[in-house]
Design a protein around this ligand. Structure first.
Ligand code: ATP
Length: 677
């Protein structure tokens, strides 16, 4: 962590805008290593530099490091398609599209193609250097452009950035690098293009940036007080504070200004869970046997709730009469206001326009005196005549955007299972028992509109089995088993916790859970299916290497109609060759007929997991040296997961754990006890 004493950017004076070239040099240093601690120290060193020289640029710097221009709930995304970027590169550099495409075919990395195109171009005059804030604003303008002529304006925006990008690779260390052979050095054009594509591919995980930010703040504050370096305790304390604050209020747009104003050690008092900023939901670990649940919760009190099969919905509310200020949804996340009613998805996407009917009826089930709340629920399709839950497929047919209350055909009922905030106070640290009581006292059930999740508090195996059967009869997926009392039953935002276990009826004899996988490629069908894709190549995601790792081919579970729909949906995202961040077999016969941009996530069931040289899932984690990956046997398509982004697919680590667990069960012929992953 010690600064070497040399100033790597002598031209960057205090108070001056942070040069984008300086950030690119850091990106380039990070790209040269795979060691997490080294990545962390480059990252933290740069953030300290920003804090020391230009603290007002801390937010855009972090946004560029994590490749997110705004919090998830603002719905602002880059992920610009290859064809648009190629056009912009061509127009900026005067090279024909055919030449750019040929380069892309040869090099396979659009970032490097851009760097190469720029370096070949003679410059008549030196462009004004790019700044971190300028790049962030330029990217934001591109991301929010919509409506008529949006494509043209997006291309113009990309051209503006690319023509200001340096030609020869910025900063130090770029000299003598052969762009086509090496990683391209710190070229600004390369990193701009990768940012536009939505993947920096530096191996810089978002949680590393969070830790680096905490370290940088603690060191900066210590040094500002004239001390040399903080103790390891102080560093750990700062990290703990930032992590817990971020998990309750996942918005750098709110946290960073507060941290600059009050300091990291007083952040907790100044940044708290609040309506308007969705928190990442708590998730459950899979189990495959009731006995496994009993082993885990032995001697503790726990509860079994129905696991409803719909869409997760976090409902945020502040009464218009409330005197409390809250943050309204917006790119900056900072606007203040009174009165709020919004619904957010599992992904923190704003679903308010999908469920105006739910919001319109809210006043019928919110009790008087309930002034503000954040409620964790599942929206489920509801049969008005038979007064019962409908299968998930019905919910899928609802329009996602701009729904008018009068046009709603598939009615939904809200099933509430947790209360995270009530009347100005966060409840996440309280026990589930207390949260449940508060929830039951603050809302009233209205048939077909709002219900509390059914539950039974029992530790008897037969009674749990009975509840499981009943839940399935009631069109649910199974049970959620949750710790009920004590500290362990607190709500853990963004964690897949051992304090919540799921038992799905379907999977009791399988591997414990379905997987959510990304579609990377497809094979043309045979026989009746020649005009559509008949099978697909799927992958899991490795957040550490930021690679999609192939895990199976799938051709089962699709109706003819769905294959047609997927053909028209996927063909728009076809690309010439696999992205450089796809980890797949290089053997010719294993190649799919078509490759795609990573866009769609499918839920898939499997009989079991096996090792195969054809796939790459978790190959580096198995350490058996054979290079074999894990693959799914007899995979079957269940449904498309519109509520998951590709980088939220099942992780390779999870696949490896499922595989190990299956192995240990096969070996011991009994259930594995510990499931801590
Ligand atoms: P899944 O495919 O099982 O939904 P997931 O990764 O989305 O997986 P999990 O934590 O594995 O999420 O399963 C919990 C999900 O089940 C929640 O996200 C929520 O949408 C849904 N759910 C239904 N009923 C409940 C309940 N009573 N308590 C918690 N979650 C519930």
């Amino acid at each position: 962590l010690q600064n070497s004493g040399q100033d790597p950017y002598p031209d960057w004076k205090p108070g001056e805008p942070t040069p984008y070239a300086a950030l690119c040099t850091t990106f380039s240093l990070i790209e040269m290593t795979t060691k997490r601690l080294i990545i962390l120290s480059h990252c933290s060193l740069f953030l300290r530099q920003v804090l020391r020289l230009t603290p007002q640029d801390l937010l855009p710097t972090v946004q560029l490091m994590i490749n997110k221009l705004a919090p998830d709930y603002a719905g602002i995304e880059l992920g610009i398609g290859e064809s648009l970027i190629m056009k912009a590169i061509g127009e900026t550099t005067g090279r024909s599209l055919a030449v750019i495409k040929a380069d892309q075919h040869e090099i396979g990395d659009l970032g490097l193609v851009a760097a190469k195109s720029r370096s070949n171009q003679p410059t008549m005059f030196k462009p004004k250097p790019l700044t971190v804030r300028g790049v962030q604003e330029g990217l934001m303008a591109i991301a929010i452009t919509e409506g008529q002529g949006a494509q043209g304006r997006k291309i113009a925006g990309i051209k503006k950035l690319l023509s200001a990008a340096d030609t020869n690779g910025a900063g130090k260390g770029s000299k003598g690098i052969d762009i086509t052979k090496d990683k391209g050095g710190p070229s600004e054009a390369k990193f701009i293009v990768r940012t536009l594509e939505g993947k920096l591919r530096l191996g810089l995980a978002e949680k590393t940036v969070l830790v680096a930010l905490a370290q940088a703040m603690v060191i900066h504050e210590t040094q500002s007080k004239g001390k040399k370096l903080p103790s390891t305790d102080e560093l750990a304390q700062g990290e703990g504070i930032l992590k817990s604050v971020y998990s309750e209020l996942p918005s750098y747009e709110v946290i960073i200004p507060a941290m600059l104003e009050h300091g990291i050690f007083r952040l907790r008092e100044n940044c708290k869970l609040q309506p308007g900023v969705p928190l990442k939901p708590m998730l459950a670990k899979p189990t495959k046997a009731i006995t496994e649940v009993l082993d885990r919760f032995e001697g503790k009190s726990f509860t079994c709730e129905y696991k409803y099969d719909g869409e997760r919905a976090q409902i945020h509310y502040v009464s218009p009469d409330s005197t409390n200020q809250y943050l309204v949804n917006g790119p900056s996340g900072k606007t203040q206001g009174h009165g709020l009613a919004a619904i957010f998805s599992r992904n923190s996407e704003d679903l308010s326009k999908k469920y105006p009917d739910v919001l319109a009826k809210l006043n019928t089930w919110v009790k008087e005196g309930t002034q503000s709340f954040v409620l964790d629920c599942e929206t489920v399709a509801w049969d008005m005549e038979k007064k019962k839950v409908l299968p998930f497929q019905q919910l899928m047919t609802r329009k996602r955007k701009d729904v008018k209350v009068e046009d709603v055909k598939v009615k939904v009922c809200v099933f509430a299972f947790d209360l995270l905030f009530l009347n100005g106070e966060a409840l996440v640290k309280k026990s589930l028992n207390e949260r449940r009581d508060l929830m039951r006292n603050s809302f009233s059930e209205v048939e077909g509109e709002f219900s509390f999740a059914q539950f039974g508090n029992t530790n008897d195996l037969e009674e749990i089995q009975h509840l499981l059967d009943e839940s399935v009869k009631a069109s649910c997926e199974g049970l959620m088993v949750k710790m009920l009392d004590g500290e362990e039953s607190g709500y853990e935002p963004s964690k897949r916790s051992r304090n919540w276990l799921k038992i799905k009826k379907d999977y009791l004899s399988g591997i414990g859970d379905s997987l959510d996988l990304v579609v990377l490629g497809a094979y043309f069908g045979r026989g009746k299916r020649t005009s559509v894709y008949g099978a697909f190549l799927l992958a899991c995601y490795n957040p550490n290497s930021q690679q999609y790792e192939t895990v199976c081919n799938i051709g089962t579970g699709f109706s003819e109609a769905i294959l047609e729909e997927f053909h028209s949906q996927l063909s728009q995202y076809a690309i010439d060759r696999p992205k450089p961040f796809y980890s797949h077999s290089n053997i010719v016969k294993d190649q799919p007929d078509v490759w795609f941009e990573p866009k769609f996530v499918w839920e898939v069931k499997t009989a079991d997991l096996t090792l195969s040289p054809r796939y790459k899932a978790a190959a580096d984690q198995l350490s058996d040296g054979t290079g074999k990956g894990i693959s799914l046997r007899f995979p079957r398509f269940i449904k498309q997961r519109d509520d998951k982004k590709p980088d939220q697919a099942t992780s390779s680590r999870m696949v490896a754990e499922m595989y190990r667990k299956q192995e240990s069960i096969t070996k011991s012929r009994g259930p594995a006890v510990d499931d801590d992953f």
